[in-house]
Ligand binder design. Structure first.
Ligand code: GAP
Length: 544
């Protein structure tokens, strides 16, 4: 991971936000190459969801043809939106502060992962993993090893090698006794404050007066924009259920522990789609979107052994969800066997449209969703009161559509594509000595630059020939780069490192027979292509 972070900085993919002032934790800036890469990721998503979507034919696995439209909603929405969606009451983490180190931790990251420490009468430390369950998630052995690594608890085994596991010293402690937890970096156990709730929404104020009633929130997800505009879309663009509304854009969450580079940030971009369908077809659509979204990542270059589709267990489901599956990727920062979430595909039933009609919903004692009421018997967070039913004029049926939601993160997808693309190999340099070559094997559709035009030397008409070709690529709308500085091997390596799939070299023969060399980043194969066919050749490869 360190190598990928360093490359991102060195080559202008991703910078720490406000770096010259020491940075701001959880915020990132995309540099000249990063902005192109992320734009390509988003464009590939939008193309798949909207631009290339054919609403008159039934794609494989789908129950029927369907329409897809886009939206771009405001970042700040009416505060009632978040009360009805449940974010106002439920979108929080429990957190604990360390009084000594002044570090803040999510409580769920302490439990089951951390250990508390006790010293026996002989002065020997005993370590325990704090967990509620007898068998922590991931298994006891795995948790013990992780905890020991975290606290650097190592032992020499019989052969003299160091091992993380220290049987006899580590046991399970079933109680949540914070007084015994030793925070990394703290000198004594018991420096953590009791856990307390922390809402993840960023608060802001609308207008100059700034009273309590002017409080608003930066959106923590893009999804609500689609729900509150459901009726606008149905009434204006002649879509029929089933159809989807997609949106991509910024979301904000005041994460307690932003970490793992851009993976958990406080400002990030989402790519979400809400698919509205008849309740009787919702399970089939859930299956369809679950499979299709997984396939999208595979098609764009995430190798299948690091990518997985995981169905949530019943106790993992959100309060509204009937079923959810996550697309997950084994990022380099994940422990062996662990994965990080790229996208959640959720069957949300009629929760969202009903909440915005009737008021915030909760599960009642029978397990059904009902409007939550206050002590006065009135809805605690009233809905809009607008009719968000759908009327099917062919079947003459009126119903609240069910929603299937594939919710992806543009930054997490970009990071996964970068991690997957990072490779090192050994190649001989001009003197025949083996050099480490770093390359990003990005899918050509995602690569920031598609071609680099490189004259072999800076004379004999080669620069003019190369510049002319470079301009032709630009006119064709193919992102390209012209470089005549340094030895050709060094220029190739520069392009390999930023993921440019093809280099075109102009040499002496080019001027004689009007051909150029086309070099492939991954195979290093070089072929000669006529000058007047090279732009079409690259365009064809990009379409492929
Ligand atoms: N509307 C449902 C929803 O927002 P989510 O699982 O909370 O679901 C969807 O978010 C996706 O947004 C995640 O799978 C992830 O890719 C991305 N995401 C969520 N929180 C993030 C964060 N703090 N930093 C970067 N990406 C995040």
């Amino acid at each position: 991971m360190d190598k990928i972070v360093a490359l991102c900085k060195r080559r202008g993919f991703i910078f720490q936000s406000s770096e010259i002032y020491g940075g701001l934790n959880g915020f990132w800036d995309y540099g000249p190459l990063g902005v192109e890469l992320k734009r390509n990721v988003k464009e590939a998503w939008w193309r798949d969801m909207i631009t290339n979507h054919d609403e008159f034919s039934t794609p494989a696995g789908a129950p029927s043809p369907f329409s897809m439209v886009g939206l771009d909603c405001s970042l700040i929405m009416h505060p009632q939106v978040w009360k009805c969606s449940g974010h106002y009451d439920l979108f929080h983490d429990m957190m604990s502060d360390c009084r000594e180190t002044k570090r803040r931790f999510r409580f769920d990251q302490i439990r089951g992962r951390w250990i508390h420490v006790e010293r026996d009468s002989r002065g020997q430390h005993h370590y325990y993993i704090m967990t509620d369950a007898d068998t922590p998630e991931g298994g006891l052995e795995d948790t013990v090893v992780r905890a020991c690594k975290f606290f650097d608890v190592r032992r020499k085994d019989a052969e003299g090698a160091f091992t993380w596991q220290s049987p006899g010293m580590v046991g399970i402690s079933p109680q949540d006794d914070l007084s015994k937890v030793l925070v990394p970096g703290a000198s004594t156990p018991g420096t953590l404050t009791p856990p307390r709730e922390f809402n993840l929404m960023f608060k802001t104020t609308i207008g100059a007066l700034g009273g309590a009633e002017d409080a608003a929130f930066l959106r923590p997800e893009t999804a609500q924009g689609m729900f509150v505009n459901f009726k606008n879309v149905v009434d204006t663009v002649r879509v029929r259920v089933p159809f989807g509304i997609a949106q991509m854009g910024k979301s904000f969450r005041n994460e307690i522990t932003p970490r793992n580079f851009t993976f958990r940030s406080r400002e990030f971009e989402q790519m979400e789609m809400e698919f509205f369908c008849h309740p009787s077809q919702s399970r089939a659509w859930y299956q369809y979107w679950r499979d299709r979204r997984y396939q999208w990542y595979l098609t764009h270059g995430l190798a299948s052994d690091r990518l997985r589709l995981r169905d949530h267990a019943a106790d993992e489901l959100s309060h509204y969800s009937v079923g959810t599956a996550d697309v997950e990727y084994a990022f380099p920062f994940c422990e062996p066997g662990e994965f990080g979430e790229l996208e959640g595909v959720a069957h949300r039933g009629d929760f969202d449209l009903r909440s915005h009609m009737e008021g915030k919903l909760v599960r009642d004692s029978t397990g059904c969703l009902a409007v939550e009421t206050g002590e006065d018997g009135k809805p605690r967070h009233p809905g809009s009161g607008k009719d968000l039913n759908y009327f099917d004029d062919q079947s003459r049926e009126r119903f609240v559509p069910h929603v299937i939601e594939p919710a992806a993160g543009a930054d997490r997808a970009t990071l996964a594509f970068l991690c997957e693309a990072y490779h090192e190999d050994s190649q001989p340099d001009e003197k025949g000595e083996l050099q480490t070559r770093v390359l990003l094997k990005l899918h050509p559709k995602l690569a920031p630059l598609k071609v680099a035009v490189l004259p072999l030397v800076k004379k004999d008409g080669m620069p003019e020939f190369g510049l002319d070709l470079y301009r032709e690529f630009k006119r064709a709308g193919i992102p390209s780069y012209y470089d005549q500085q340094a030895a050709i091997g060094k220029r190739y390596r520069r392009q390999d490192e930023i993921g440019t799939p093809w280099c075109i070299t102009v040499d002496g023969q080019s001027l004689a027979d009007q051909t150029v060399t086309l070099r492939d980043r991954d195979t290093l194969e070089q072929i000669r292509v006529p000058r007047d066919r090279i732009v079409d050749e690259i365009a064809k490869r990009l379409r492929g």
